[in-house]
Design a protein around this ligand. Structure first.
Ligand SMILES: [Cu+2]
Length: 295
């Protein structure tokens, strides 16, 4: 077999291995070959999966057709079996118009379809009824976040709103590092911040992914429909310890969640009491001992 034909077979292996890996990843439900998305437990993000599948199907078809065409032309017009010199022709106007118009129409359709998905997960923030008690009127207020995650090198710091349902107040409950809890079937609004550099907060099972940008606050919302423990990962290379930014996202019943918050609140009170500095009497900066920094 000529060298040209060996090369064309090498090119053919790309679509075969590529689609093969996709199929294995889609079919394997557990183990190292389960490369697909985890189950979507966020009913507010079902459309993200649908949009993803449509785009994947479109690019899948284009990928297979172009790869196979590349193989076929390399195979058929291999130099050894075609001693005749190639003839160059000027382009085909009609063909060029079609292969411009069809992708343009597909892209415009995708652009229109994604408007709604984007608005649902990024723009149409959950609202609460205002003074008139009716939702959908002019005095509606954006629902305040009930938890906050701060990304810092290299961990997630978590805080929950206390009984007043507001963050940044005295009754805030300090969560455990790298562990976010949420009650099942409750729509939650959260606030994301960064303490140092860019991080990206990602809970794959919720299809929730948002950059954390120093100096700004990002608002996200979701609803978790299935109890369990899921991954939290950082998807922005944020420094040498980026790989350490793994966390757990725990979905539990509303009663379990309330018990968890109460346990955190008690632990927080006990800690401040043990230190001899109750949280309502902050130590003034001048009295604080010098802190040694270890890098
Ligand atoms: Cu990070």
């Amino acid at each position: 077999m000529s060298m040209g034909r060996i090369w064309s077979l090498m090119f053919l292996s790309v679509p075969i291995l590529g689609t093969g890996m996709y199929l294995i990843g889609m079919l394997a439900s557990s183990g190292p070959l389960a490369l697909w998305f985890p189950e979507n437990i966020n009913p507010l993000a079902v459309e993200i999966d649908r949009l993803h599948d449509i785009i994947l199907a479109l690019i899948g078809v284009v990928f297979i057709v172009t790869s196979v065409a590349l193989f076929w032309f390399m195979w058929k017009y291999d130099a050894t079996s075609n001693p005749e010199k190639a003839k160059f022709v000027h382009g085909n106007h009609k063909l060029e118009v079609w292969w411009t118009v069809i992708p343009a129409v597909i892209l415009i359709m995708l652009a229109i379809y994604q408007f709604k998905v984007y608005a649902d997960v990024r723009i149409n923030r959950p609202m609460l009824a205002g003074a008139d008690g009716t939702l959908g009127t002019a005095d509606d207020q954006p629902e305040p976040p009930s938890f906050e995650v701060i990304g810092r090198q290299f961990e997630w710091r978590i805080r929950y709103a206390g009984a007043d349902k507001q963050l940044d107040t005295a009754d805030d409950i300090i969560g455990e590092v790298n562990e976010l809890h949420a009650p099942k079937d409750v729509r939650l609004v959260g606030s994301l911040k960064a303490a140092d550099v860019l991080h990206s907060f990602f809970i794959p099972a919720l299809r929730l992914k948002n950059d954390m940008i120093p100096g700004t606050r990002q608002i996200v919302w979701f609803q978790a429909s299935k109890p369990g423990t899921y991954d939290i990962v950082c998807t922005e290379l944020c420094g040498w310890g980026h790989y350490k930014m793994k966390g757990r996202f725990v979905v539990e019943s509303q009663e379990e969640f309330a018990t968890y918050l109460e346990r955190l609140r008690k632990a927080q009170f006990d800690r401040s009491y043990d230190n001899g500095s109750p949280s309502d009497q902050p130590v003034s900066p001048t009295e604080q001992p010098a802190v040694a920094t270890v890098e």
